[in-house]
Design a protein. Structure first.
Ligand SMILES: Nc1ncnc2c1ncn2[C@@H]1O[C@H](COP(=O)(O)OP(=O)(O)O)[C@@H](O)[C@H]1O
Ligand SMILES: [Mg+2]
Length: 249
């Protein structure tokens, strides 16, 4: 799809993991506009996580042009990551992690605080707002390692939101969440997209998607096999029709 003034622009991108004998992403071109809601589908191993990490400047791009939030990803990944939130797939904290929920959310501000500045009022306000958005003020002083996987996912989302990102990349954020949490996070995502944040989400859960047009991008074997807009209720069908059978749905 063509997008004018994209916030994410990938052109003929090849990404290779170190030591791999062929590129994991091959000839990917994708433009995403401000405020778009994009669902990435496709089977395990298709390259969905690799695509998010490429956008975020975490993997070596061997060929092609990648510009995210006006920054060149090749060579300026740090600046890209200041403006992009990224929720990792299957990340959980060690039970002995010595930080509370509010400390973990405050860490989201470090990119903006700078290493040697003490957090100020603005930082604590951003933390408070993020805790509120996720409805987790009640666990703010609990040690992060002692929470459930779903609670930890919410905290990590709050950590990302505390940085006021322009783009939010979410890698299977619903995998540990129950139906109620999924509904409330989807409502939050709708709100974020409505406020102009671009959301790119890898997911196999298509219930309760925000009630707005959804851009569906399906990947197979390191390539984009489908890229179209559809109604939120059609997303599952569109991805299935593209030949993808989510094995871990
Ligand atoms: N760290 C890595 N080193 C080498 N190959 C990897 C690494 N991570 C993923 N891959 C390979 O890249 C391909 C795409 O993986 P991934 O992006 O994780 O797929 P998905 O998220 O769609 O399940 C797979 O073939 C996988 O084995
Ligand atoms: Mg993945």
């Amino acid at each position: 799809m063509t997008v004018s003034d994209p916030v994410i622009r990938l052109e003929n991108i090849y990404t290779a993991y170190e030591g791999a004998d062929r590129p994991t992403l091959a000839d990917i071109s994708l433009s995403i506009g401000k405020g778009e809601f994009v669902v990435i589908g496709g089977p395990n191993g298709a390259g969905k996580t690799t695509l998010l990490e490429t956008i975020n400047g975490m993997l070596p791009i061997t060929h092609g042009t990648a510009v995210v939030c006006g920054q060149n990803v090749r060579g300026d990944g740090v600046h890209v990551r200041c403006r992009v939130g990224y929720l990792l797939q299957n990340f959980t904290f060690d039970p002995l992690t010595p930080f509370t929920v509010e400390e973990v959310v405050l860490m989201g501000r470090f990119g903006m605080i700078g290493l040697f500045r003490k957090p100020g009022r603005e930082d604590y306000e951003a933390v408070e707002k993020a805790l509120q958005l996720l409805g987790i003020q009640n666990i703010a002083t609990r040690p992060i390692g002692q929470l459930s996987g779903g609670q930890q996912q919410k905290v990590l989302l709050a950590q990302n939101l505390a940085r006021n990102p322009e783009v939010l990349l979410l890698d299977e954020p619903f995998s540990n969440l129950d139906m109620f949490a999924r509904e409330s996070i989807n409502a939050l995502l709708a709100q974020l997209v409505g406020s102009g944040i671009t959301v790119v989400i890898v997911s196999h859960a298509f219930d309760d998607l925000p009630d707005r047009p959804v851009r569906v991008v399906v990947m197979h074997d390191g390539k984009i096999s489908l890229d179209r807009e559809c109604h939120p209720a059609e997303v599952g069908q569109v991805i299935r029709n593209a030949g993808s059978v989510p094995r871990d749905a």
